[in-house]
Write a protein that binds this ligand. Structure first.
Ligand code: ADP
Ligand code: MG
Length: 707
């Protein structure tokens, strides 16, 4: 496929958003009064009436049919972390053997997918296994293209008959409302009379690997678990780091060009692409939008990556750790809060009042992250991410925040009464003079911090590459909303505003500065230091997920109407089950790959080596010592492998006897995973001892360096 954008109809600006029922399309196609009404609905100021829904549905249908669509679907995000859809065609029989194309307001607004098979963690009893999808008016409808044609996709929220959230979107929307409510109170207390709306903004950066399709097909572990359960690093590894920002291979460039093209058509702002640290690892950044739109588009980005890679005989791997010993993949969640009149509340600004607002909001983030760090860690927990966080070769799973030297100094100054120079060279007084400019360039960046201030936003870097952005943002939003509300309580009553602000900023910093760490988060010293500071270090999913049902969590989420206790328990169950399921698959694959492929291959190799010894002996009269030594080494490792494989098999079988979800997850973590690791060590050692051609699976060298 050649992409020649040219000018006019083919220009990028014309193609952009061609498949998106965007605000501009609505403005152009809807009657003026309906457009205005809908806008109010989208801003949350009004409820959607059936009358408006009918007109919108009809317009949407006409637009979709003009582009070639025949079907529509309510597109939703069940707790699997993936997306789901059920397609219906627009056709409606009129009774004379012909059909017309119809799409009603009711069909647009609400659907009832047969969704009893989605995980719900006990939220829906089987006798009322009904779930409803409801149009999320704040996220635009779009056209999904596949081999069979175009489908009008309507982003929807998915909930149960009794109103419980069965998906990732409902809590996200609730948490955004919580931020809006508390932040509006706070800016009002600070004297802002112009802003009417507030939204959370999120800009995701998505990391992924690409591998050759035919090699992928030859690795059952990659195919069924998304990661290699065996494989040893070739000599030329990541230590060279020459891949990072290196020239991108042409085949990959072709894939990226097509990906960009398809994303642009959907109105998704694919912006930056580059090589990542590891070989065959890449990243795509999308320009920020409101948190729920970004969450939706990120799901589409992942889906498109997988689909389009196949067209180039490549497979996109979204697993957090496809290869041991090689950098894993994450998803950076850039987060901020913005007003409807264009104020970024985490922008330091240049005037004393902008500065106060910035310091108050930043203080709220500091306090929120310190107080809810274990919960935030839990929001990034899954079986894949355990290899990145707290794993053998990864940064620790400790949440800390990077502010940079200059901003830290300002906070220190306010908190400890230390002298900080203001912009005009005087001693800084909040509300009276301006803080010095904070550096925005890359020199002050810290890439090892899990939660870093990057000029006018925070970047949460723990999120796993395969995860939905919803989970982490629900936690950040609700935690921050909680503290914003607390600050608003104080400032609404304050008689001396500058003094009250200074007190909040100072006290917050003093009480929560243990979470600030500007040093190297990957160093072993940090783990020791963090422990001294009392920061949590939850090394695995099994340790992290119980945070979801602790009292402090239930209290936080219930207070802001984001999750009920019951909804939290359902997430706890589902996440632990999901964890156990994944390790279960991996363990099964490991046993199978050894017994069906590796064992026979090594066995044959041993036989051929022995035959070699005999042939040499028959000619020279003596056995070659080197050959015998190699045979002895391989056969002793071979024995060990068989023994460890049997052991893993038995331990793995033991999991079946456990039914309680937490106990089961713990068993996988403490028994099955170590048994898998022990087996892997021997298998990977054998791979190095055997002839390349003998090994039954493509090696890391082929998987990572073939393009
Ligand atoms: P880098 O981290 O490489 O310097 P950028 O600063 O351009 O890159 O941004 C990285 C991501 O952060 C992008 O997705 C960008 O859209 C997003 N971003 C920028 N500003 C905001 C904001 N106010 N809120 C949320 N995300 C933002
Ligand atoms: Mg980044």
């Amino acid at each position: 496929m050649t992409l020649d954008f040219g000018t006019g109809k083919n220009s990028l600006t014309s193609i952009f958003g061609e498949y998106c029922f965007s605000d501009s399309v609505m403005k152009e196609r809807l009657p003026k009064d309906i457009y205005k009404e809908l806008k109010k609905v989208r801003q949350g100021d009004k409820k959607l009436s059936l009358e408006v829904a009918n007109v919108v549905a009809n317009t949407m249908k006409d637009w979709a049919i003009e582009k070639g669509a025949t079907h529509f679907t309510h597109w939703f995000q069940p707790l699997t972390g993936l997306t789901a859809e059920k397609h219906d065609s627009f056709i409606s029989p009129v009774g004379d053997g012909t059909v017309i194309m119809e799409f009603s307001g009711k069909e647009l607004v609400q659907g009832e997918p047969d969704a009893s098979s989605f995980p719900n963690g006990g939220l829906r009893e089987t006798f009322e296994a009904r779930g409803y999808t409801a149009w999320d008016v704040s996220s635009p409808a779009f056209l999904k293209a596949d081999k069979t044609g175009l489908t009008l996709a309507i982003p929807t929220a998915f909930f149960s008959y009794t109103g419980e959230a069965l998906d990732k979107k409902v809590p996200l929307l609730r948490s955004m409302e919580a931020v809006e409510k508390q932040a509006l109170r706070l800016i009002k207390a600070l004297g802002n009379t112009t802003s009417k709306k507030i939204s959370v903004t999120v800009g995701p950066e998505q990391e992924y690997f690409l591998v050759e399709k035919k090699l992928f097909e030859a690795r059952p572990d990659l195919k069924f678990a998304g990661r290699t359960v065996f494989g040893s690093m070739p000599v030329k590894g990541q230590e060279m780091e020459d891949h990072y920002f290196g020239a991108i291979n042409e085949r990959v460039t072709a894939f990226m060009a097509e990906l960009n093209y398809e994303l642009w058509k959907l109105g998704i702002t694919a912006k930056t692409q580059h090589n990542e640290v590891a070989p065959n690892q890449f990243e795509l950044a999308i320009i920020f939008d409101t948190a729920n739109v970004s969450t939706d588009t990120n799901q589409l980005v992942m889906e498109m990556m997988k689909k389009l890679a196949l067209r180039h005989d490549l497979v996109a791997l979204l697993h957090e750790k496809p290869f041991a010993g090689v950098n894993g993949s994450g998803k950076h969640n850039n987060w901020s809060i913005a007003t409807d009149d264009g104020i970024n509340l985490l922008n330091p600004g240049s005037t004393p009042s902008d500065n106060s607002q910035f310091l108050i909001f930043t203080s709220a983030v500091i306090k929120a992250i310190d107080m809810y760090a274990p919960l935030l860690r839990a929001s990034a927990a899954n079986a894949g991410n355990d290899h990145r966080l707290g794993g053998n070769e990864a940064p620790p799973a400790i949440i800390s925040m990077f502010l940079g030297d200059q901003l830290t100094e300002i906070f220190e100054g306010v908190a400890e009464g230390k002298k900080v120079e203001s912009k005009d060279g005087q001693s800084l007084k909040l509300g009276a003079n301006a803080i010095p400019d904070l550096p925005k360039d890359l020199t002050d960046r810290n890439r090892t911090s899990p939660f870093a201030f990057t000029g006018n936003k925070f970047e949460f870097r723990m999120v796993g590459s395969s995860q939905s952005l919803a989970g982490p943002n629900v936690v950040i939003n609700t935690a921050v909303a909680d503290i914003l509300g607390e600050f608003a309580d104080i400032l609404e009553k304050a008689t001396d505003l500058p003094k009250a602000i200074e007190k909040i900023v100072g006290e917050t910093y003093k009480n929560h500065k243990r979470i600030i760490f500007n040093g190297n988060g990957y160093s072993p010293e940090w783990e020791i230091e963090a422990k001294k500071r009392g920061l949590a270090n939850l090394r695995s999913t099994v340790e992290a997920v119980p945070e979801f049902i602790k009292d402090y969590t239930v209290k936080l989420f219930e207070k802001h109407g984001v999750f009920s206790k019951k909804e939290l328990h359902s997430r706890y169950d589902i996440y632990l089950e999901e964890y156990a399921k994944r390790i279960n698959i991996e363990a099964g694959l490991a046993v199978q790959m050894v017994s069906r492929n590796i064992l026979p291959a090594v066995n044959e190799y041993l036989i051929s080596l022995c035959e070699g010894v005999n042939s040499v002996k028959s000619v020279s009269g003596v056995a070659s010592k080197a050959q015998v030594k190699l045979i002895e080494k391989i056969s002793s490792e071979f024995e060990k492998m068989i023994e460890l494989c049997e052991k893993l098999d038995a331990i793995h079988d033991g999991a079946e006897k456990i039914s309680e979800v937490y106990e089961k997850a713990v068993y996988f973590r403490n028994q099955v995973i170590p048994a898998m690791e022990n087996l892997r060590e021997v298998v990977d050692g054998l791979e190095k001892l055997c002839d390349e051609d003998v090994w039954p699976f493509p090696s890391y060298a082929e998987l990572l360096f073939n393009m």
